[in-house]
Design a protein around this ligand. Structure first.
Ligand code: GLA
Length: 685
């Protein structure tokens, strides 16, 4: 259901309601100049559309859609549910969201509504229905954009309507109060509930709140947000056959389990912004793109928002340097995006985001940013043939939002061991080794991969552990990082102790976690190589594994640190400490060897991604270094039309896309991404 078949979509959020009508004409002329073929319209337009309850004014939107259509620009039409109007909150003050401290979210911003308020739900269906009824068949509309970034700025809600939904949700999932008490372990600290109406939300408590309750609260919040999405989506579908999406935030999302969300949309979309303090933010970008493609099941996805230059909401908002925007865009494309969109088309003169970059900056069209925007539009027009081609990977990195929610709760053995940090370090190692990866849910079918890496699998169900064990037995290589398989789906320590569900696959369990003091380090002797470790060590109990690395120093001095275990025709590696990206190199190299993977030898800082099409492959090269890089390739460089005979030169900071002969889909080495499990776990099913 790609909205613009045979084309890479290019454009951004378009908020013309902030501008006089005359500017719209200039906008569309400039859009054509820039090669824009898709814009997202109406994301924050509720107040302009429904001027008072049930009274709609579509005149401006009629005019706008016709104008865009007449100029050949397609529309991703948004429902404005992220920003209810002032009259709505005036009429329904109880629909405002409430935070954990009981603060009611005031009007004058965006995203203030609570997901469970009946008046809010009724209103979003009314607006979505009205929009779809009017524009469902409009020739400009090729895509529906429901809401905006579910979960931010408001995800959790502690209002009365939310707490009422929470009790209903718990009743539905547990059936009896006894089952709830058992799952939450309420015998601890005397929390036993005797009636549903006694059950509270995990708001501010004197000390840390029951972690199982908190974990369920995260699931509940996610479910409620998805219910809101479904209400709007179904209202649209009643009147329109155009695909429906909503913009995710992949690795930055907290409240949304994207494995579940991806099954609800017709096309996956993602927003990504560079995090300025990160000197290698392009690695986080690649991670986000791979994760997005993976939740999309390998299908084409939309980069719905990124920035042409600086954002405005970080402490220090660093402007992109010449060429950086194009490198960012091409990295997303190389990792499966078939649409490159920005927030936003024209920089706002007023409001909270006036210092945010845009495709048309405040400096106007004689600016570096607009020139680069136009150049990128031209390049993407040349890449239409890439649309629909796919990325293949033989490595899967396990990613589970439930494990993120659980691991980052309070009172873990060490605050220093965090889900996202481990994910990034392992990913960065694979990135630096130029090994393509998919992300996968731990209960997904992993049989197409040769290597599965589990950087942060603190919460691992026995179903997932059995899945991983079967993967190893059948010949796969599994590499598991520390603090794995500690708890089950209710944050209860697994019977048999830490890591017990993976004992068969790894030949090791954990007797005790031995975190380090802040700043303390130790070393691991890995076959004579000295690897730097910090934050975390473990006291391991070998149940069949061979020791491949030993601690030198620290609380586990002399004891096993890294193990390798053979099971069936596969191998399970366990790394019981925190290694940085450099120290992970020899460990991953050993795992690649077991998995039969040979990483390509590429120049450092040259990011090479391959998309496989039916009649050609496309090698997308992005040079993150100031010096030119050379890579062995033959084919046609699409932007220049130049024939490449054996060696491609990518200028410093530059990009290139080379059409090469297609590689057959060899089942034994490469698989299409298929990381989305058929049936995402429903803990209570
Ligand atoms: C988010 C929102 C946009 C805008 C950008 C700014 O992604 O979806 O509306 O606020 O951030 O970076």
């Amino acid at each position: 259901m790609w909205p613009l078949p045979g084309a890479i979509a290019y454009g951004g959020d378009y908020n013309p309601e902030q501008w006089p009508r005359a500017v719209w004409d200039e906008d569309v002329a400039l859009m054509r100049q820039a090669g824009v073929n898709l814009v997202s319209v109406g994301i924050f337009s509720w107040a302009m559309l429904e001027v008072s309850e049930g009274v709609f004014d579509f005149t401006w939107l009629d005019d706008l859609l016709d104008l865009l259509h007449a100029n050949g620009i397609a529309v991703d039409l948004a429902t404005p549910s992220v920003s209810p109007p002032a009259w709505f909150f005036h009429a329904y003050p109880h629909a405002r969201a409430v935070d954990a401290d009981g603060h009611v979210m005031g009007f004058g911003s965006r995203g203030m509504a609570g997901h469970s308020a009946p008046e809010y739900r009724e209103a979003i269906v009314r607006v979505a229905s009205a929009l779809a009824e009017r524009y469902g068949d409009h020739p400009a509309v090729v895509l529906w954009h429901v809401h905006n970034e579910y979960g931010v700025p408001v995800g959790e809600d502690f209002s009365a309507s939310s707490v009422a939904s929470w009790r209903r949700w718990l009743q539905q999932h547990y059936g009896s109060i006894e089952a709830l008490n058992a799952a939450w372990g309420t015998a601890f600290w005397g929390q036993t509930y005797r009636a549903w109406e006694h059950v509270v939300a995990p708001a501010r408590t004197p000390t840390t709140v029951n972690p199982a309750m908190k974990l369920d609260w995260a699931r509940f919040t996610d479910d409620m947000l998805r219910e809101c999405f479904r209400l709007e989506r179904d209202a649209i579908r009643a009147h329109s056959d155009r695909p429906v999406t909503t913009n995710f935030m992949a690795h930055q999302s907290w409240n949304t389990d994207l494995w579940k969300w991806a099954r609800e949309v017709d096309v996956v979309s993602d927003d990504h912004y560079l995090w300025s303090p990160d000197p290698d933010a392009h690695v986080a970008l690649a991670l986000s793109a791979d994760l997005t493609r993976s939740v999309a099941g390998g299908k084409p996805w939309i980069l719905m928002e990124h920035s042409t230059s600086a954002v405005n909401w970080q402490g220090r908002n660093i402007a992109k340097r010449p060429g950086e925007m194009s490198r960012n865009a091409l990295t997303h494309l190389g990792r499966g995006a078939d649409a490159i969109m920005f927030f936003q088309w024209r920089a706002s003169r007023r409001g909270a985001e006036k210092f945010h970059s845009a495709m048309v900056p405040h400096a106007g069209t004689s600016s570096r940013v607009f020139r680069e925007v136009t150049d990128l539009g031209q390049q993407l027009r040349q890449l239409g043939e890439v649309q629909g081609s796919q990325v293949r990977a033989e490595v899967a990195v396990l990613y589970d939002w439930e494990s993120l929610w659980a691991q980052d709760l309070d009172w873990r053995p060490s605050d220093d061991l965090a889900f996202r940090e481990r994910m990034r370090s392992y990913y960065e190692r694979l990135w630096r080794d130029s090994v393509p990866v998919d992300f996968a849910h731990p209960e997904a079918d992993l049989s197409g991969y040769s290597l599965v890496v589990a950087p942060a699998s603190y919460l691992l169900t026995t179903i997932a552990a059995d899945n991983l064990t079967a993967f190893v037995r059948a010949g796969g290589t599994l590499l598991v990082s520390c603090f794995a398989a500690a708890v089950d789906e209710h944050d209860a320590v697994h019977e048999g102790g830490f890591g017990a569900p993976l004992a068969e696959a790894l030949g090791v369990t954990v007797e005790e976690y031995l975190p380090l003091r802040a700043g303390d380090t130790c070393t691991v002797d890995f076959g004579g190589q000295r690897l730097a470790a910090d934050v975390w060590t473990e006291d391991l109990v070998l149940t069949g594994a061979q020791v491949r690395g030993r601690y030198l120093g620290g609380p586990a001095d002399g004891a096993p640190a890294i193990t390798r275990h053979e099971l069936g025709s596969g191998v399970g590696w366990y790394v019981s400490t925190r290694l940085d990206t450099d120290s992970l190199a020899p460990v991953l190299a050993a795992a690649y060897a077991d998995a039969g993977i040979t990483p390509p030898a590429l120049p450092e800082h040259l990011e090479l991604m391959v998309r496989h099409g039916e009649s050609a492959d496309y090698a997308v090269a992005v040079n993150h270094h100031d010096d030119a890089a050379h890579v062995a390739l033959s084919g046609t460089e699409i932007f220049s039309g130049q024939e490449i005979d054996g060696e491609l030169t990518v200028p410093g900071g530059g990009v290139a896309v080379v059409r090469t002969a297609p590689t057959p889909d060899r089942d034994d080495v490469i698989t299409p991404a298929h990381a989305v499990p058929q049936q995402v776990r429903n803990t209570y099913a």
